[in-house]
Ligand binder design. Structure first.
Ligand SMILES: [Cu+2]
Length: 185
């Protein structure tokens, strides 16, 4: 009898753990954003935004970029229409903080930081945080913010830009779960 109870528990626990996700019908919130080249650059880049629980993971993959360190920020306006990317405005800074380094005292909500592009022109940066939200309409909502890849490295000091130079890539984060049940024809 004891053995039977144990066996039932072993079977039942994984089933219970899976149940909430199914009953809520909550698809994973994820989106791939194309980051288009700006300021005459040749970069091809995409960012993937994924929400899991309270955390949002931002992952940027860049190709054909000039080797070296580059800054990436979220800028306040989701407008990549200008050739130099300046249509995206300044850094996204809903808390009126000084510009700085992520994880350190005082930084913009959009201060993602620097990443390295290797000799082959490829680079990746990943940030996971619970400081952003997606699709909430709150001040920390990343919806409609612009992803800006810069020509140069962020010094984390110069106000309010980090002296990261021109904008070589721009993309816009859209709404969470824009199309949860895609229909294919
Ligand atoms: Cu920037």
């Amino acid at each position: 009898m004891k053995r039977l109870t144990l066996a039932l528990l072993v079977v039942a626990v994984p089933a219970l753990a899976k149940a909430p996700a199914k009953t809520k019908k909550e698809a994973a919130k994820t989106q791939t954003v194309t980051v288009e080249p700006k300021s005459g650059s040749a970069i091809t880049a995409k960012a993937t935004v994924t929400e899991k629980g309270k955390e949002i993971t931002f992952k940027l993959d860049v190709e054909k970029a000039p080797p070296g360190e580059h800054a990436v920020h979220l800028h306040e306006r989701g407008d990549c229409s200008s050739a130099d990317g300046k249509s995206a405005g300044g850094h996204w800074n809903p808390t009126n903080a000084p510009h700085g380094q992520w994880g350190h005292d005082g930084h913009h909500m959009g201060d993602i930081g620097n990443f390295t592009v290797a000799a082959d022109g490829k680079g990746t940066v990943t940030l996971t945080t619970d400081k952003w939200s997606w699709g909430t309409g709150e001040t920390n909502d990343i919806t409609g913010k612009a992803i800006i890849v810069h020509e140069k490295v962020d010094d984390f000091k110069t106000q309010p830009t980090g002296n990261a130079g021109g904008r070589i890539g721009c993309g816009v984060i859209g709404i969470a779960n824009p199309n949860p049940t895609p229909t294919k024809k």
